[in-house]
Design a protein around this ligand. Sequence first.
Ligand SMILES: C[S@@+](CC[C@H](N)C(=O)[O-])C[C@H]1O[C@@H](n2cnc3c(N)ncnc32)[C@H](O)[C@@H]1O
Length: 250
Amino acid sequence: MLEVRSIRLYYDLAYLWPIISPPEEYGSEARVFADIVHDELGPGRHRLLELGVGGGHNLFHLTAGFECTAVDLSPDMLALSQGLNPGVEHHVGDMRSIRLDRVFDAVLVHDAASYLLTEQDLQETFATAAAHLLPSGVLMVAPDWVQETFPDGWVYDWDRKQGDIEVNIQEVMVDPDPADTQVESTYTYTIKKEGETTVEVDTHITGLFPLNTWSGLMGQAGFSVEVRPLPPNEGGYGSWLFIGLLRETI
Ligand SMILES: C[S@@+](CC[C@H](N)C(=O)[O-])C[C@H]1O[C@@H](n2cnc3c(N)ncnc32)[C@H](O)[C@@H]1O
């Protein structure tokens, strides 16, 4: 089975991330996350932990209002986030197992939640979130897809340009085995720089679970759960948002 460490976009091709999915595409989603924390916990500069921060594009819109800490498996992606969010404490780690031995008011697992492949991955990540939250703290989880709305056979093609680099991205997403909890996206990046063209191919295996699995396992981890649609961001991606409030006693 392919695992996250083999995903080129987060390692040797990480330099493409700010070009193909730039920070300005994350503002509206970040506002939704900020509003939820303030609605649940009241105004203030709350402590926020983002698990799977990637390039920190989403976090970039939250650092002014929150005391932020960030975790990611990939040192290459963390380096991008560090450059964009210099005041934030960054840690290399796996959201399924990391323990920072301190608590936060809110934990966010944004689109990195898509890389959880099994129910055990979900259980371990929710346990990590619970271990890092104060009682009544807020967990927000936003996987790219859930089983009910997964568009099998989806093809998406888009172009981006930054400085002297032009990239065409084609994504083809399929569910080779509907009986398991995983789907496959093949990305072809056509990169033009200084008159030269290179083509890179990258396969992402991501998890696909029904809404009830997300909310049920979050409930078992000690959260009261609310499920809401997450409106499309400036890049056109919408999804579902699972909001968990950590119960005082399980
Ligand atoms: C789509 S990117 C996140 C982009 C991010 N939302 C942003 O604003 O830039 C997904 C990230 O999840 C990270 N990731 C995947 N599985 C992980 C895990 N188990 N623990 C920590 N990070 C993980 C990857 O390394 C990658 O950086």
